[in-house]
Design a protein around this ligand. Structure first.
Ligand code: NAD
Length: 348
């Protein structure tokens, strides 16, 4: 376990086993402030998978917070979804009590599988929770930031507005569906897929989207491929099928291995780093937690365009993959040392 923590550079792992609750909180780095990160509630095939997921996601949150300039560190919680019947309210009550014991080192929020009502249950046990109903779901802010990010990537790569651009969206969940709505209104043509047929049917009706199977989404001829389901969508098997100019999606950890960024770069595909383009929800959750108003929050979300533009420009100038540039910029903010080249120091 310690070598695995070292490999992910995760500083702390906290576990809770109580009645039906099997939960892990991974704290990656608290240099910029208390960790803020969602709580994932999905089924895992093993405890090891759950722990690995928490650690990988926690690191992404540290980098996301650094580049979004919010005063938070990176952390993530995973609750292993029990098989069969369980008392959901009781489970999240126990989890809220667990978060309280961490004394504010970790602030929880929504993530895949959790909803505002779960956060409300936790809120009765701890103040260290965002996205309860007094604050709201961060997904609309993530989707709004995604719209800005897709627009920015299209402008950079294709030198045009969103009108007439074809976007293939993989996963029509809280963010993917709202993004589809924004893009439809902006004049995009949509191709969609989801394991849930009801969602694809609705997208077909509302946005005139072309529906394809979950296996066929990768090979669709499109301008933008937008992975909005779970992580690892771009892997050794799928990368060769891609037929797009840009990858811009909200899913965390889209690249199964970091090195795939090089492959995408060599293929001439512009990859908008996931943790930068999907940072709208974190900005929302952090800003609400700090008592900021809506106008101010919107202004904060708009800043992700500048960050993305800097990354795209540097990627082109230095002939380096976008997420290598993003990682270096985040590390410069986090560690501030002169381990990085001058141009990175200037960029941040
Ligand atoms: P969600 O659970 O609401 O949506 C995921 C969607 O993907 C669901 O509709 C699901 O049916 C679909 N899906 C699952 N497997 C699929 C497959 N193989 N092919 C196609 N579709 C599939 O989650 P969400 O909140 O929309 O988040 C989506 C992703 O974005 C996650 O990786 C999440 O961590 C990340 N993210 C979300 C937010 C946010 O504010 N919600 C913020 C940042 C990052």
């Amino acid at each position: 376990m310690f070598s695995s923590m070292h490999a992910h550079s995760v500083q702390e792992l906290h576990f809770c086993q109580k009645e039906s609750l099997n939960a892990v909180v991974a704290l990656h780095n608290l240099r910029l402030g208390p960790a803020l990160g969602g709580c994932r509630f999905i089924e895992y095939s093993s405890e090891q998978d759950a722990i690995e997921d928490a650690m990988r996601l926690a690191k992404g949150m540290t980098y996301k917070a650094a580049l979004a300039r919010v005063p938070h560190g990176g952390g993530k919680a995973v609750i292993m979804k029990p098989q069969g019947e369980f008392d959901r309210e009781h489970l999240f009550k126990l989890f809220g009590q667990f978060v309280e014991t961490l004394g504010g080192r970790y602030i929880s929020a929504m993530d895949s599988g959790t909803q505002v009502s779960d956060m409300d249950v936790m809120r009765a046990q701890t103040t260290f929770v965002s996205s309860s109903s007094n604050i709201g779901d961060p997904s609309p802010s993530t989707a709004y930031g995604m719209l800005l990010g897709v627009e920015c990537a299209v402008r950079f790569k294709m030198n045009q507005s969103l009108s007439g651009v074809t976007v293939a969206i993989q996963g029509l969940g809280h963010v993917g569906f709202a993004l589809a709505d924004h893009l439809h209104k902006a004049g995009c043509k949509l191709i969609v897929c989801d394991v849930d047929e009801q969602k694809t049917q609705l997208a077909q009706q509302l946005f005139n989207a072309k529906v394809v199977s979950v296996d066929d989404i990768y090979s669709q001829v499109c301008d933008v491929y937008s992975p909005c389901g779970l992580g690892g969508a771009i892997n050794a098997e799928t990368v060769g099928k891609l037929n797009c100019k840009i990858i811009a999606g909200c899913a965390n950890n889209q690249l199964a291995q970091d090195e795939l960024a090089l492959t995408l770069h060599d293929m001439g595909i512009l990859y908008a780093p996931d943790y930068v383009i999907n940072s709208g929800g974190l900005v929302f959750a952090s800003s609400c937690f700090r008592g900021m108003g809506h106008k101010e929050i919107e202004r904060e979300i708009h800043k992700l365009k500048d960050t993305l533009n800097k990354i795209f420009v540097l990627s082109k100038q230095k002939n380096a993959p976008c997420n290598f540039i993003a990682n270096e910029m985040a590390e410069q903010i986090l560690y501030g040392s002169n381990q990085h080249r001058d141009w990175i120091q200037e960029a941040v």
